[in-house]
Structures are given as structure tokens and as C-alpha cells.
Design a protein. Structure first.
Length: 832
């Protein structure tokens, strides 16, 4: 499967500037600095900033100033490609398109009145009014119309609170009564413990372009955490495009609406922008709109960012920024068309910085006159945009129009108040029909084992490469060993187990996508999914050569980001339920940088929005004396988030179990995120390798029983690496009365399997939970009460490190002493 190539940069080599004449010199200065002197703030608080290079008089100054210092200010001279700069310049300096002003006026009235009706009918309710940046609606209208002309079939849109309800009606074209209904009381019992507030819920709709084409609108469900939805939106777009067979990024258009304060302040914005042009993540350009009301809650721009404009974050990339005064509606619409055309012409991101104000407080129950008295005095006296615009364009009888629209909205409100059931604003795509969420049911199980013959068949393409390929000697040896593993001549390690899982899945038509930092080789040198010719660096990916009709297999090195990349992969999994989608942390503890994605989407997404995901997180975990930062992937945090079968938490202790777990995740139709604590040193450890026969077993085992010991006097329960160390210790002690069982799936808790294992060792008096983690971490807090519940009369003891503020010691020697103590306590503790 060919990996999509990076979108080619502009190919023109034309020299942009003709001979250095006077006109060019003047224009060049204005192209570069004009935006600083532009008239961008409708209320005039953001004053033009004189630039020395523009203090020139002369024949051409007036014209240059009119174009570059009017109500549009464009930052584009940082773009390295001259063809792109020339394109923008021509669109700004050339003839300007005429505007359907009546349509724009109609939209402005609708947008403002919608907010007013909400205000009057549902006083005291938060709605996060759009008023002040109302031009967002005609701007989106223009972008959608232009997108339709370019062949877009779907707009995938991420936005936060501001104006969201308005967008539902004016852009996604949901009936106003459907949105009003969200403000009506419903039976609270129907949403006990679940659901979300109305300005976070996702929605779908159908936008009709002026030429009659339909563009499907998909507004992504969004948490309160500002900008967290950005990478999710991009991942969803990429998945839609990949599912559709790579449309060249023409059909699916991502659009993000940002707040000005959030855009500047939230790091996840930078993380998302950073992968815009990378092969693993590109969507052919995102349209960013900053609904810039020059305030964030009570905080003003000079407290919000160190740059003049919050948008300037993007200047490190070749992305143009179109600042536009939100009260020059025609200019806003023109900018929308230029931005959209730019995205389609060059396949990169664009930013429209729509500058206005915020008519009310942060929400409608907030009084802004306390913190910004002068600003709000000015706003109070400032008329709504439709009034200004109707005067500008000379519409005589705007009152009738206003009355008609108000009457329509009031009728809609009446309909809403008599609705007995809240409408759902969202249709799920058909590709979710075959997949299930909710509680686990045994009927979801499928067999995950393969025959020895099938394993051999997959091993062959996974361990070979073209004859003329110059392979690295170390990799050559590795592939030879893998060939022996797949043919049953040597125990199979994790690396090969994973390759067999991926290979068998793509062969069966299940696409696989994995991304993470250094994932192609593998942080621990364990994966080697991409072979490199040592003479010419040509790539060869065995997993893309498993069989002729196989599904795609894509493994990417990600950017050095967690939240941005995990958000993307979560989004991807949302629109590609058929695929096995995995994100890998470099070390498990780095996952905490993406905590908002875990809390807000992965763990709670189904509960809040009824949206499913089968995303897999691979989190290297284990106490190996590498210090506090590289030991723990924080099992305890995931277990604390676990409820109502929201996800699965597993730690497979050997290679075959890992194989079955990955296959189970893809082949079952139960779509639940899967958190896997993966090994580090155990990746190649003989104790964790599995004989090939284990791959022919039918299932992943939630509990790995101890069938070696009979008449046990004590049973140790554990997960992961410590279990292997305990087994070693048992051998050293020549102990044959201690059973050691592994809890391979911690959540959903495999109670029946554990009961069975405890019954198998009914002679054991003590049941001991053993973990490497300190007492305030790991699975202990979660496991002990559950174990006690099923242990009956038998005492349940625990062995663990003492409670600690950091996950582990920084000294390898101290680690070893602690580990030895754990091992010996496990065999000797009597709980006193
Ligand atoms: C990550 C995060 N931090 C803080 C908040 C609380 N909060 C909600 S809205 C807001 C101000 C947002 O300002 P801006 O981005 O300019 O959007 P606006 O409300 O002005 O449209 C803040 C601080 C939040 N929702 N998310
Ligand atoms: Mg703001």
C-alpha cells in the first residue's frame, strides 16, 4: 500500500518581482507590513500600528494603502514559495468579486435574531452568543459555497461554545425548533449520569449551495477543554478520506473555528498545526477561522498573548493569515472565498482572523461591565451588524424583513415548547451499523487463533524482501530469527507476535494504522516495520506485501506530540471502525501530556455523546530501574476512569497473549478503546516469548492460570513483568506450593475467570496481590476489594512498594533492592 506522498509545494519557479521599479518597492512594503496599519477592529480599540517602512509618500502609496491597510490585513510574506505569495497578491490586487448582499443581510438578521429569541425566551440560560462576530455566518456560507464548487461533499467542523447553536441552524441547517428544544425541560431521568450540555453536542446537517449542490455538515462533539477538538476533527477528516479511497483531500474539508484567547494559549493548537503537511496526518489543508472578539472571558489580548494577533502562532509555517474587520461584511465574504480557494489550490492550511467584539458577557449570565467598563459602554451604544449593513447597502425596508424572520423564529420556539421528546441532531454514518458499544456480552467473542499453516504463510512475506534490497546486517539477522519463530523453530517474541497480528489482520481485509514517536523502528528497537536499504534509503514495508488483496497497513513516526497525535488517532478511529487504529507512547508516562484527550474523549465519549471508538493505546510500562519517569504508565489513573465498560485495560504478559489481544480488538464488533500496558525489557525476554502453538489457541485469556502447581498453599496474583520474576524466584526457591496467576485484563474485571482460578487452587490459604508499583499506585486499590469479594473466607494480602510521591526511585541499585524485597515478601508475607 503506497503511503500518501506529501502534497507537493508550489511548483512554479517564476520570479515574482519584476524589475525593481518604484511601484513594486512601494507595494512590497505594503504587502509585508500593511496588515499592521489596517483598520481591523470595528470598535477601534485595536489601533493601527504605524510601521516605519510605510511612512512614504508617492504616486503608488495611496493605492497600496487602500488594498493592504483597509479592512483586510494579510500576513503572507513569510510564505517561502513565491508562487503562493503571487497567488495571494493577485487575488488581493486584482478585480474584486461582487457580493450577493441581500443574501448576506438575510443571514446576518437571522443570526442575530436567533440569539435574541433565545435571550428573551430562555433568560438565564447560557448560550454563548455569537453577536459581535455575527459575520461568521456569511463567512461560513461563502466558504461552503466555494467548497461545494471545488467538489467538497462534506465539511468536518470543530468548534467550541461561541456561536455553536447559531451555526447549527444557519450552517448545518437544523430547524431552529430542534435547537430551541434543547432549552426546554426534559425528563431528567432520561439522562441521569450521562449526556452533555447542548453547546457541546455533535450534529450533522445538510447545506445547500447556491448552485444546488449538497454539502454534508458534520459538527464534531466537543468537550469544554478548548481546542481539544482540533486534532480529533483532523483525524476524523483523514479517516473519512482514507475510507473513501483517498480523494486527494478534495471531498472532505476540515474547518476549525477557534476563540482568539484559546488559539494563542492552548498548546494543542500548535501541535495540530505542526502536522498539517506531514504524510501521516495531512488532510490537504484545514480552514481555520478565529472568531476573534478580542477577549477571552475577562482577559484582554495584552494579557493573552505576546504577539499582536493571536493568529500569529501560525507564522512559523507557510500559512497565510487573513485578518478582516468583522463589520465589513463584503470584505469578510471575499476573504472567505480567497481562503477557501487557497486551500484547494495549494493543499495547505489557511487562517481567517475575523475581528469583532462580544456583545454580552462571556456567557449571558456574566456581567462584563465590572472588568471592561469602557469597552462595554462602547458596545452598548453600538448597533447590531445587520442594522449597519442594511444602511451600507441601502436596503430601505429592513424592518419588514426583520419582522418576518422574528415571527418565524417565534413560531419555531412555540413548536419546541410543545415537543415531548428532544430531537437528536445527529445521524450516524452507515459504517457504524455493524458495531456495538454498551456493556460487554460474551456473544461478541470471536476466535483469534490461527493454524500453524496460516502462521507460516504470513511469516514468509513478513520476513523477506526484494532480492536487490541491501539490508542492514542486524535487521537481516532479526528477520531470519523471525522466520524461525513463525515456523515454530524458536519461541516467538513480542515484535514478531505483533507483526503476525498485523499481518493476519491486513490479510483478512482489516486496515491497520499505528502512529507514535519512533514507532516505525520501535523505541526499544523491537518493531522494524519499515526496512531501509542501507545504500539508498529506499523503504520496504513487509506488512504492505502480505497478499495481493490485503488492506492498507500504515505505520508512522509521529511528531513529538502526545495530545495532538492521540487526539488525531482517536478521531481517526471514530470514522474508521473497520480498522485497527493504534497510538503508541514512547514511554507510558508521557501519556499524561494527553490527559485531556483521555478524560474528555476516550473514557467519556460514549457516555457523553454515545460515540464509539476502538482505539488502542500502547503504553510501555514496568519497573526496571530506569528512574521515576520511565517506569509507570499510571495504571491507577485508567482504572479510576473505568466504569460501565467504557474501555478495556489489559497487560498481556506474553507474546501470544499480545497477539490474541490485538486480533480480538479488531475482530470483535464491540468497539471500545483498549488500553494496553506493554513491556520494555520483556519484549525480547525468553520468559515472555511464546511457543508457536500458543498462537493457535482460540482466545485471549483474561486470566492466565497456573496449571503447573497443584495443592498450592498460597496463590500470587499479579500482572505483567513481576509475574515472570515471581516465577523465577519460585524456581530458585524450589517452591512447589505457590501458584502464580496473571490478571491479563484488569477491566472489565474478569470475575468468572478469577473465581475459577481461585477454585483451581482451593487448597491455597493465602491470596496475595503482588505489584511493582507503590501502594498509592498500580492496580491494588482497584483489585483488592474485588478480590476480597470473591475470596470468601480466605485472607487477601498485598505486596507492593511503600506509598510514594514519585513512581519510583532514581537509583538502579535501590530499585534492585526494592524488587528483591517484593519478591521475597510475596513468598513470605503473612499480612502482619
Ligand atoms: C482548556 C480550557 N481552559 C479554560 C477554559 C475556561 N474557559 C472557557 S471559555 C474561556 C475563554 C475563551 O476565550 P476565547 O478563546 O477568546 O473564546 P471566546 O469565549 O471569546 O469566544 C475560558 C478561559 C476552558 N474551557 N478550557
Ligand atoms: Mg475571545
Amino acid at each position: 500500500m503506497a503511503i500518501r506522498s506529501k502534497i507537493a509545494p508550489g511548483t512554479s519557479t517564476a520570479v515574482m518581482d519584476p524589475p525593481n521599479g518604484e511601484r513594486e518597492r512601494v507595494f512590497d512594503a505594503f504587502r509585508r507590513w500593511g496588515y499592521l496599519e489596517a483598520d481591523l477592529d470595528p470598535l477601534g480599540f485595536l489601533r493601527p500600528l504605524p510601521h516605519p517602512d510605510l511612512q512614504i509618500d508617492g504616486e503608488f502609496t495611496q493605492e497600496a494603502r487602500r488594498i493592504y491597510c483597509g479592512t483586510v490585513g494579510v500576513e503572507f510574506m513569510h510564505i517561502t514559495d513565491p508562487a503562493r505569495r503571487r497567488w495571494i497578491q493577485e487575488r488581493l490586487e486584482g478585480p474584486q468579486a461582487t457580493i450577493d448582499q441581500q443574501r448576506a443581510l438575510d443571514l446576518l438578521i437571522r443570526a442575530d435574531l436567533f440569539e435574541q429569541v433565545l435571550q428573551q425566551r430562555y433568560l438565564g440560560n447560557k448560550r454563548f452568543s455569537l453577536e459581535g462576530v455575527t459575520a461568521l455566518i456569511p463567512l461560513l456560507d461563502e466558504i461552503l459555497d466555494a467548497a461545494g464548487q471545488q467538489g467538497a461533499v462534506e465539511l468536518v467542523m470543530g468548534m467550541s461554545h461561541r456561536g455553536r447553536l447559531n451555526v447549527l441552524v444557519q450552517v448545518a441547517r437544523r430547524a431552529p425548533e430542534e435547537v430551541f428544544a434543547g432549552f426546554e425541560d426534559v425528563d431528567p431521568r432520561s439522562v441521569l449520569g450521562s449526556g452533555d450540555v447542548k453547546y457541546h453536542m455533535g450534529a450533522t446537517g445538510e447545506y445547500l449551495t447556491r448552485s444546488g449542490a449538497k454539502v454534508h455538515i458534520h459538527l464534531v462533539s466537543n468537550p469544554s477543554h478548548l481546542e481539544a477538538v482540533d486534532p480529533v476533527t483532523i483525524g476524523r477528516t483523514r479517516a473519512k478520506d482514507d475510507r473513501a479511497g483517498n480523494t486527494g483531500s478534495k471531498k472532505y474539508l476540515p474547518l476549525l473555528v477557534h476563540g482568539d484567547a484559546a488559539f494563542a494559549g492552548q498548546g494543542i493548537v500548535a501541535e495540530t498545526l505542526n502536522y498539517a503537511d506531514l504524510p501521516g496526518y495531512t488532510v490537504g489543508g484545514t480552514v481555520h477561522i478565529i472568531a476573534n472578539n478580542l477577549i477571552g472571558f475577562t482577559t484582554v489580548p495584552r494579557e493573552s498573548h505576546s504577539s499582536r494577533f493571536s493568529a500569529q502562532l501560525v507564522r512559523r509555517q507557510s500559512v497565510p493569515i487573513f485578518h478582516v474587520n468583522g463589520e465589513d461584511v463584503d470584505a469578510v465574504i471575499r476573504v472567505g472565498r480567497i481562503a477557501l480557494d487557497y486551500r484547494y489550490t495549494f493543499g495547505t492550511d489557511v487562517v481567517v482572523d475575523l475581528i469583532g467584539y462580544r456583545r454580552h458577557g462571556h456567557s449571558e449570565v456574566d456581567d462584563p461591565t465590572i472588568t471592561q467598563p469602557l469597552l462595554y459602554k462602547a458596545i452598548k451604544e453600538h448597533p447590531p451588524l445587520w442594522e449597519i449593513y442594511s444602511e451600507d447597502i441601502g436596503v430601505e425596508d429592513v424592518k419588514t424583513q426583520v419582522q418576518t424572520i422574528r415571527a418565524e423564529l417565534e413560531d419555531a420556539q412555540k413548536i419546541a415548547s410543545s415537543m415531548t421528546k428532544k430531537p437528536t441532531l445527529r445521524d450516524l454514518p452507515a459504517y457504524w451499523n455493524d458495531y456495538k458499544g454498551g456493556r460487554y456480552k460474551p456473544e461478541y467473542e470471536v476466535e483469534t487463533g490461527l493454524s500453524a499453516e496460516q502462521l507460516r504463510e504470513i511469516t514468509e512475506p513478513l520476513t523477506t524482501y526484494p532480492q536487490d534490497f541491501h539490508i542492514h546486517p542486524k535487521v537481516k539477522k532479526l528477520l531470519e530469527q523471525r522466520a524461525e519463530m513463525g515456523n515454530g523453530k524458536r519461541p516467538v517474541d513480542y515484535g514478531m507476535a505483533e507483526a503476525l497480528a498485523f499481518g493476519s489482520l491486513v490479510k483478512a481485509g482489516v486496515p491497520v494504522r499505528l502512529s507514535g514517536q519512533d514507532s516505525r523502528r520501535g523505541t526499544f528497537n523491537q518493531r522494524h516495520s519499515v526496512l531501509l536499504d542501507i545504500e539508498n534509503e529506499q523503504e520496504y514495508v513487509p506488512l504492505q506485501h502480505v497478499s495481493a488483496e490485503q488492506a492498507r497497513c500504515e505505520i508512522y513516526n509521529s511528531t513529538l506530540s502526545e495530545a495532538g497525535v492521540l487526539g488525531f488517532e482517536y478521531g481517526y478511529s471514530r470514522d474508521y471502525p473497520e480498522a485497527l487504529v493504534l497510538w503508541e507512547a514512547q514511554f507510558g508516562d508521557f501519556v499524561n501530556v494527553a490527559q485531556a484527550v483521555i478524560d474528555q474523549f476516550i473514557s467519556a465519549g460514549e457516555d457523553k455523546w454515545n460515540l464509539l471508538s476502538g482505539l488502542v493505546l500502547l503504553l510501555p510500562h514496568g519497573y526496571e530501574g530506569q528512574g521515576p519517569e520511565h517506569s509507570s504508565a499510571r495504571i491507577e489513573r485508567f482504572l479510576q476512569l473505568a466504569a460501565r465498560d467504557n474501555f478495556q485495560i489489559c497487560q498481556p504478559s506474553n507474546a501470544a497473549q499480545y497477539f490474541h489481544l490485538l486480533r480480538r480488538q479488531a475482530l470483535r464488533h464491540w468497539r471500545k478503546p483498549l488500553i494496553v500496558f506493554t513491556p520494555k525489557s520483556m519484549l525480547r525476554h525468553p520468559d515472555a516469548a511464546s511457543p508457536i502453538e500458543a498462537f493457535t489457541h482460540p482466545h485471549f485469556l483474561n486470566v492466565l492460570p497456573d496449571t503447573e502447581i497443584t495443592n498450592a498453599r498460597r496463590i500470587l496474583l499479579c500482572t505483567g513483568k513481576i509475574g515472570h520474576e515471581l516465577r523465577d524466584e519460585r524456581k530458585k526457591r524450589k517452591d512447589n506450593s505457590t501458584a502464580i496467576a496473571f490478571l491479563e485484563q484488569m477491566y472489565p474485571f474478569p470475575e468468572a475467570e478469577l473465581v475459577k482460578e481461585l477454585e483451581r487452587h482451593s487448597t491455597a490459604r493465602d491470596i496475595v496481590w503482588v505489584q511493582e508499583e507503590p501502594a498509592n499506585m498500580g492496580a491494588m486499590f482497584y483489585v483488592l476489594p474485588r478480590l476480597r469479594h470473591i475470596a470468601g473466607e480466605r485472607p487477601v494480602l498485598s505486596v507492593k512498594r511503600s506509598a510514594s510521591a514519585s513512581p519510583s526511585t532514581g537509583s538502579a541499585k535501590a530499585h534492585e533492592m526494592e524488587q528483591n524485597t517484593l519478591l521475597s515478601l510475596a513468598f513470605s508475607t503473612n499480612g502482619k
